[in-house]
Design a protein around this ligand. Sequence first.
Ligand SMILES: [Zn+2]
Length: 308
Amino acid sequence: MVFNIHNLNPCSRLKLLVALCALSLLGCSRSEETGQCNAAPQVPVRQVVIIGIDGLRADAISPALTPFLFQLAESRGLAWGKIDVSNGRTQHTYSAPGWISVLTTSWASEHGIVDNKSAGPVKVPTVFERVQGRKSDSRSIIITSWRPLYDLVEGRLRALPAMHHAGFFRENDAAIEQEVLTTWQACQPDLAFIHFDAVDKAGHDGSFDPSDSGYASAVRETDSRMRRLWEKAFSAPSAHGEMPQRLIIFASDHGGIGNNHGRYSDAERWAPVLAISPSGYPAVNISRLVDIGQVSLDFVQLEGGRLQ
Ligand SMILES: [Zn+2]
């Protein structure tokens, strides 16, 4: 029998429509992607991975809460840095302006995303476009579970001709980890931005405070995720055994106070950052949020000269 919605009484019809809408909304909100990341004929000589840990407070980096991330710095003779994501109390400590500053090397006054409700478009080129502009066969990806960030970046890139870029919107950090172990691993893109959101969510659900049990447990879980990804992906060779030189940057976009952020207290505006460069490459200095994208461009484009 062919199902026909018109055979249902009005009440059942309405219920069915609501159920279908909920299902499709859920489907859309949990997983979506733009483009595909097909590996380049040759694995790039240099790769950058920017790992965004949303809402990680600077004082959450410690041997007890983040044993892997703490040790990773120590093992390289480095210390975690702190950056003022508010640019001297001029940019709100929200995620959309913060991550777009990372991905455009510019502050909100230039890129136009002043808070999480800014609809875009992002006014200045992203690092994804700038890498491709310099190296036409490059590959880039973004993986996130936060819809506004996905929409801002993909909205801008969709308007461009033939970008070698793929965007992945996934349900949560576990799904993002899986995407790194499959898509990133197989594709080996020149540039990747991978965004983890569980720590920020725990801050909003409880308190942005390492002494809050929910926040502390999300930080610990994220640290374990970073250890797995480091071992299985970022310090591992490609499927064909190549080992590119990799610059791996860990950064947060803001801290928080109580169960929120957006303003300019020290707990909100100072965010941790760490750049691990390959052996033989000098230590990378990041003192501002907007430096993250720039050092990434400098690194992947070293052979072709520096972008301005
Ligand atoms: Zn938040």
